[in-house]
Structure formats: structure tokens, C-alpha cells
Design a protein around this ligand. Structure first.
Ligand SMILES: *[C@@H]1O[C@H](CO)[C@@H](O)[C@H](O)[C@H]1NC(C)=O
Ligand SMILES: *[C@@H]1O[C@H](CO)[C@@H](O)[C@H](O)[C@H]1NC(C)=O
Ligand SMILES: *[C@@H]1O[C@H](CO)[C@@H](O)[C@H](O)[C@H]1NC(C)=O
Ligand SMILES: *[C@@H]1O[C@H](CO)[C@@H](O)[C@H](O)[C@H]1NC(C)=O
Length: 482
């Protein structure tokens, strides 16, 4: 009798690529099946779920240019959004028809100029062309079922929030997942599908969540067992607390399950907190809230990866809450070494520098202690840096000074030197000193998760911060805010 061997094909040959496909999970990490190496998703969202059902911006730039930009910015993946009806009701619609139906004549001319090859394709084929182009540049795709009816998302009463809503019938939703999962079976660079974006609205119900999440996951897994299956929580993708009592039982696809959450300054109506409370306190409260609502998923015997698949702020810096929020969230993402996708490509394309702050290889799986720290000031986005004249100042985090710190009550030493951070008293700037071991002034405590502090001669605890007028040149000791 001939024994049939299952042949598993791994894709490892991309020059721009340091790992193989498909991907799986191992505890809280996304890994490459072949080698078990951690693969960290560092993605940007690309909206393709709007009325035209075409990825945004193809009337402005050739696909190839946009994809090159994505790659140059350091992203290794795109969370590409899609609407169910594109596959279940509009699969024969051409790009030209779609733009004509929406009265977008100028945009149609733009496409004719920048991407003439796609005008005659169906919206379905055009999506594939974009995904294939990304694959050629080493960019993986996560296909996010954003809503059913193509339009801007999301509101409590937009008919797309929860199963049973006008435009969110389970059957058609499952059909869409099945079509998309099968459609890209031949493209390993499509690494995962998310079941549904931001579940929300008055129909939310936990037992309905369990039932449909299981159905959706099974549908995708059956159609293409290589895919990661990405699962949204309740209340706009922030809440999984119910899984503490009753974990999701999907044993046969356990190594494919990834949970996703979203977070913005305005999440849970918190935008005003950033403007009215000390940042350390707000950051700390929000971090605890995230850990309670979803962060617990990273631990324990059911541990799974947590993908922060949407977060962001006005990249032009025009939203004060958003500016403060970003520093706070980035610190959190780095601290927990999470997979992430920033919202969104249309906003980051012109503002490349900001993205370089994300270090997608910031930590390696199982690495016990970081080799060095950067001292980051979330409120300004700057890092502590020693200038050539030994002056301690705030400047760009790119190339900033690296520090050794062994935790509560120890000194903070500049790597490769015997100098450490010292201060004298309240209102005085930070300096470098060689007197590191027996000097109270060189011992730093953790005042909170986000602050280091020192004790003055009267025993008063003082925090390191910028000078109060934010000239952003020197760090000073000041009152503990949290
Ligand atoms: C697309 O066209 C094919 C044949 O041309 C047809 O069988 C199919 O039903 C059409 N699909 C939709 C969603 O209209
Ligand atoms: C949730 O849905 C189940 C099943 O449809 C139903 O029995 C239950 O009453 C619902 N719960 C709430 C709070 O609406
Ligand atoms: C964690 O969440 C649960 C359920 O929502 C809530 O009852 C509890 O108060 C929260 N705990 C903290 C520390 O926020
Ligand atoms: C801000 O502080 C610096 C000292 O760091 C001082 O020289 C400057 O005059 C201050 N600016 C204002 C506007 O208070």
C-alpha cells in the first residue's frame, strides 16, 4: 500500500523576507510555521471598504509607487479592509462602473492616468492586483472584513455593527468569508483574515458572539487552513472580559487564533482625560484598563497573540489629545512587544518620519531583559540624549543615548561609560556624574510605570520631567504628578 505523504509547501524564498509562510501562533506569539521564529506584524491599514470598493489612492499614484512607499516606511504588512457585499453582490462590477455609479468622474480620470490597467478589471480582480503587488514587495496582507455595505465605518446604528443588524446577516457574512478565504489560497502572502471589524451597537450579545465567532473561524479554516483567524471583541473592539470566564473553545485551530483590539484617544469617551489629568495618570489608567479588557489574553494556558490592529491620531499634530495619546500608546506597544497596525495609510504616506519611531524588532521572543533602554518622554515624543559636550538634552529618539538600568533604586548609566544620571535638587537640570554607586542623587526609583524619580535632601520624591515651559532642551526634577 502506498502511503500518501502530506506535502506542506513553505514560502521562504523572498529576498526581502526573513521568514517563511504560512504563519501560526505559539502562545502569545505569531510565528513562522517552518522555523518557529517569531514574526512581528508591523502593519499599516489601507482602506478599501468604501463605496468604490477599491483601495484608496489609486487615482493619485500608480499601485507600484504606493506599495514601494509602504515598504520604504518599514511596514511588513497591510491590513486591507473589505466589505462583504463586494464579494457577495458586486463581484462582476468593473472599477470603471463602480466609479461611474458613484459619480466620481475626476477620480476615474485619475485612475485612467495613474493605473490604466485596472479600469477594466472587476473590483474583485483589482483587489487581487493590489495584493499581488504588495506580495512582490514582501508586504503581507491581513484582509479585514470591515463591514457589509461598502461605506465609511463605524456607528452604533449604521446597520453593520452586530449580527442581526440590517446589513449584517450571518449567512451572507459567512459566504463572504468563504469566498475571500478561497480566493487567495494560492497567495501565501495573504496571511490572515479578520472575522469582523469593531463589533458594536444595541444588538451586542455574548452568546451570539460565541456562536458566530466559532462559525466564522470554522468557515475560514475550512476554506484555507493556512490563514490566521483574527477575532474582534465587543464594544468597538476593546472588550474581551467575558473570555475570562468562558474561553473560546476552538481547539483544532488553536494555533491560528489571534485577537485584535482598537484604541484611539477618543476610545470610551476618554479624549478629555488627556487634557485635564496628568499624562502619567491617564496612561497608567488606560494601560490597566487595556490589560483588564484584553491584555490578559496574552497570559495563561490559553494565551494568544493580541494584535492592536487600529490606533492612531491626526498625524499633522492638530489634535492635542491625540498627540498625548500616541506617546502613551506607543510606550505600551513597545513595552508589551505587541503586533500592530496603524490607522491609516492615507494619513501616513506624507509623514514618513513619524513611523520610524516604531521599532518593529524592538524585542525578541524569550529575550529576558532588554540590553539597554531609551529614556522616552511621551508628551513631547523626544528622548534623553547626551550631546558631545556632555550636556543632557532632549532630542530625536533616532540615535538617542542608550542607558543601562537595573530597576528600582539603582543608577542609570550611559552604555559604554562609567557615567550616570545625577541631579541635585528641585528645579535643577540633570547632569552626568562619575559618582554612581554611593550617591543618593544617582539612584532612581520607578515612581509609576512611566516615570522615574529621585529623592531630594528633605526626602521629597521628585520626578524627572522637562522644564515647565517646555523649551524641550533640558530635563529637570519636579513634582510627582501621578
Ligand atoms: C457574475 O457573472 C456570472 C456570469 O457572468 C454570473 O454567473 C454570476 O452570478 C455573477 N455574479 C454576481 C454576484 O452578480
Ligand atoms: C442573547 O442571545 C441569546 C440567544 O439568542 C438570548 O437567549 C439571550 O436572551 C440574549 N441575551 C441578551 C442579554 O439579549
Ligand atoms: C476588570 O473588568 C471587570 C469586568 O468588566 C470589572 O468588573 C473590574 O472592575 C475590572 N477591574 C479593574 C481593576 O479595572
Ligand atoms: C524657558 O526656560 C528656559 C530655561 O530652560 C529659559 O531660558 C526661557 O527664558 C524660558 N522661556 C519662557 C518663555 O519662559
Amino acid at each position: 500500500m502506498t502511503k500518501l505523504a502530506t506535502i506542506v509547501i513553505f514560502l521562504c524564498t523572498f529576498a526581502t523576507f526573513s521568514h517563511c509562510l504560512p504563519l501560526s501562533t505559539s502562545s502569545r506569539w505569531i510565528i513562522d510555521d517552518e522555523n518557529g521564529q517569531r514574526v512581528k506584524l508591523a502593519c499599516v491599514n489601507w482602506a478599501a471598504h468604501l463605496q468604490t470598493m477599491l483601495p484608496e489612492g489609486l487615482d493619485q499614484q500608480p499601485i507600484n509607487n504606493i506599495v514601494k512607499q509602504i515598504s520604504l516606511m518599514g511596514f511588513n504588512c497591510v491590513r486591507l479592509t473589505w466589505a462583504t457585499y463586494m464579494f457577495t453582490r458586486n463581484s462582476n462590477l468593473t472599477v470603471a462602473q463602480s466609479f461611474a455609479n458613484n459619480g466620481l468622474h475626476d477620480a476615474q480620470l485619475g485612475i485612467a492616468q495613474k493605473n490604466p490597467q485596472i479600469l477594466g478589471l472587476t473590483v474583485f480582480e483589482a483587489q487581487r492586483a493590489v495584493i499581488e503587488e504588495m506580495g512582490r514587495h514582501g508586504i503581507m496582507s491581513v484582509l479585514d472584513n470591515h463591514l457589509s455595505r461598502p461605506m465609511w465605518c463605524c456607528g452604533n446604528h449604521d446597520g453593520n455593527g452586530f449580527w442581526g443588524d440590517e446589513d449584517f446577516q450571518p449567512k451572507e457574512w459567512l459566504k463572504g468569508l468563504d469566498i475571500v478565504a478561497k480566493q487567495y489560497k494560492d497567495l501565501p502572502m495573504v496571511i490572515g483574515i479578520s472575522l469582523r471589524n469593531e463589533l458594536r451597537g444595541p444588538l451586542q450579545n455574548q452568546s451570539v458572539w460565541y456562536k458566530n465567532v466559532k462559525k466564522g473561524a470554522k468557515t475560514i479554516h475550512k476554506a484555507n487552513p493556512n490563514l490566521l483567524i483574527i477575532i474582534s471583541g465587543l464594544n468597538y473592539d476593546i472588550d474581551f472580559t467575558f473570555l475570562k470566564r468562558k474561553p473560546l473553545n476552538l481547539l483544532n485551530m488553536r494555533n491560528k487564533i489571534v485577537y485584535e483590539i482598537h484604541r484611539y484617544a477618543f476610545t470610551e469617551g476618554q479624549a478629555n482625560w488627556f487634557l485635564t489629568q496628568p499624562l502619567n495618570k491617564v496612561c497608567d489608567t488606560i494601560k490597566k484598563e487595556i490589560m483588564n479588557k484584553s491584555g490578559f489574553l496574552l497570559k495563561g494556558k490559553n494565551a494568544a497573540p493580541l494584535f492592536v490592529s487600529e490606533f492612531g491620531a491626526d498625524q499633522k499634530g492638530m489634535n492635542p489629545s491625540g498627540n498625548l495619546f500616541m506617546g502613551c500608546l506607543l510606550t505600551f506597544l513597545v513595552d508589551l512587544d505587541l503586533d500592530w497596525a496603524v490607522w491609516a495609510l492615507q494619513e501616513v504616506l506624507n509623514i514618513v518620519q513619524n513611523c520610524k519611531l516604531f521599532n518593529k524588532n524592538s524585542k525578541i521572543q524569550n529575550q529576558k531583559k532588554p540590553k539597554y533602554y531609551l529614556l522616552f518622554h511621551p508628551q513631547s515624543g523626544k528622548c534623553l540624549n547626551v550631546a558631545t559636550n556632555n550636556v543632557v538634552q532632549a532630542s530625536s529618539c533616532i540615535g538617542a543615548s542608550r542607558w543601562i538600568y537595573h530597576g528600582d533604586g539603582t543608577s542609570i548609566r550611559l552604555t559604554g561609560t562609567s557615567s550616570c544620571l545625577t541631579t541635585s535638587r528641585e528645579g535643577m537640570p540633570l547632569t552626568l556624574s562619575k559618582d554612581c554607586n554611593n550617591n543618593e542623587k544617582s539612584r532612581w526609583k520607578l515612581a509609576s510605570n512611566y516615570q522615574i524619580s529621585n529623592i531630594d535632601e528633605n526626602g521629597k520624591e521628585l520626578c524627572l520631567d522637562f522644564d515647565t515651559n517646555y523649551s524641550l532642551t533640558k530635563f529637570w526634577l519636579g513634582n510627582v504628578l501621578a
